[in-house]
Design a protein around this ligand. Sequence first.
Ligand code: ASP
Length: 308
Amino acid sequence: MDPGYRSGGVALDALVRAVPGLRGLADLTGEQVAQVGSQDMNDALWLTLARQVNALLLADQADGVVITHGTDTAEETGFFLHLVVKSDRPVVLTGAMRPSTSLSADGPLNLFNAVAVAADPAARGRGAIVVLNDDLHSARDVTKSNTTDVQTFISPGPGLLGTASYGQIRFFRGPSHRHTTESEFSIDGLDRLPRVDILYAHAGMPHDLVQASVSLGARGIVMAGMGNGNVPTETAHALADAANRGVVVVRSTRVVSGDVGRNIEIDDDTLGLIASDQLNPQKSRVLLQLCLARGLEPGAIQHAFYQY
Ligand code: ASP
């Protein structure tokens, strides 16, 4: 079999038609907000999508929303919605690891389970939920862990929110941090998000990448640091310089699980840096963009990383 495919190639109507019994779960209406591989998601599409979700839910036009989304960036889109949707109604993202043309395609059952979650009153108040391969993840916690396996999504640390079995939903817990109706972040009046770059740390990392980001207009930098958010010594100095010039620097980690704490091997207090706590680099970027858009100062931004 040829594993190649073009993502975002199947229109919404065709997806819905491919799932027997889907219309028995809920009254469904569909809107095509975009049709792209999720590697092409960007800040502008996030804003458009979030506006659409808020409009539907706040005008009482839907009890819940299901978003079909590529798996590459579902964790970022999901976290963005988790922070800026202003309703307690379910927002559910689902996707597929196998193309619809492949043997044992996983998309149809994922979509079935996602609609069952969105229709379940128990899903209310749990923020954005990512559903794949019978697992329910909080959008805050989920991350893609395998390039091809259908069991790709994991929630390191906090663990699963629940499970789905042919539309039977079980919740184990609620989200652990602030979200949706309890989030201070809003997209009202925003037509773009501030530029925040992610830099990846590695042995021998050239520290002038930091300066390049600053010169290109980044208002924030997230480090995908080593271990507990560590960076080479010269990079740490470059980050402190950037922070001195008003660029907000968050230290996250390239490691898949574990927290990044303040002042462990790097003196954040002296260098003026922020620790990401539990958020991975791509989620740290989302939160930092919203913090900067809201005009928060570094102290308040550190607080936000503990709260969200
Ligand atoms: N590159 C694809 C995407 O994220 C992978 C997938 O279809 O899940 O859109």
